[in-house]
Design a protein around this ligand. Structure first.
Ligand code: GLN
Length: 231
């Protein structure tokens, strides 16, 4: 299995024109990455994705969803996002695309929405699901509205990342499939999982869109690009 990735710049091919071992090489500017724009930090995610070189578009309608190669589900309020998704007839199409392999990154409320199981949800709270994990809402305690941590994340080069947590969830239990990318390193929540990936799905408890550090988005864009390689 070939595990490394051939960058167009290295091969001197023009975007979209290269072929290598039968794979189409996809460059970032060919990718359309959506941000679910029902509620939350939509603008911040769009700005970082644009900085990563992809076409970044808000997604509110089914036809907009159909046009994206990857999707970010921003932080906000998970119950509200689900209500609005149903209102806009997006819930089922979105759950279907996620189940069908659409690369999706969920931050904070977005992490909750990608969890197969949740704790401390409202009685009838549903999620899109996809990651074999149990996520606890508002896990760090209601008295801790927000805080910052320095995190080392697997797969991200460079110094520890400053991670901002706002009424954040953590991953309480995880099945065999997901890969844990980051844990809290100090304080009472030491060891709690706050970044995780399962195949085409990525989730963080924190909000990388608020700190001007593009590494999580770059990592996600790379996931989108890899998944687009065979199209
Ligand atoms: N506590 C929120 C929820 O349950 C998530 C908070 C956030 O996204 N910043 O949806």
């Amino acid at each position: 299995m070939v595990t490394h990735y051939f960058r167009p710049a290295t091969l001197h091919v023009r975007p979209g024109q290269g072929r290598w071992l039968g794979w189409r090489i996809v460059s970032n500017d060919e990718l359309t990455v959506g941000v679910l724009a029902l509620q939350g930090d939509v603008r911040e995610h769009l700005a970082i994705l644009a900085h990563c070189g992809v076409r970044a578009v808000p997604v509110r309608r089914e036809r907009e969803l159909a046009a994206v190669d990857g999707l970010v589900i921003p932080g906000g309020e998970s119950t509200t996002i689900v209500k609005l998704a149903r209102h806009f007839d997006l819930f089922e199409p979105l759950a279907d695309r996620i189940a069908g392999g659409l690369p999706t990154y969920g931050s904070c409320a977005g992490m909750i929405l990608l969890a197969d199981r949740i704790l401390d949800g409202t009685a009838d709270q549903t999620t899109f699901g996809g990651i074999d994990m149990t996520v606890r809402r508002n896990a760090f305690g209601r008295q801790v509205e927000s805080f910052e941590e320095h995190l080392e994340l697997a797969g991200l080069a460079g110094p520890p990342m400053t991670a901002v947590f706002i009424r954040a969830p953590w991953v309480e239990e995880v099945g065999p499939a997901p890969e844990v990318l980051g844990r809290i390193r100090s304080g009472p929540a030491t060891g709690r999982i706050v970044a995780i990936r399962q195949r085409h799905l990525l989730a963080t408890s924190f909000h990388p869109e608020l700190t001007g550090d593009a590494r999580v988005h770059e990592y996600f864009v790379e996931m989108v690009r890899q998944s687009g390689r065979n199209r």
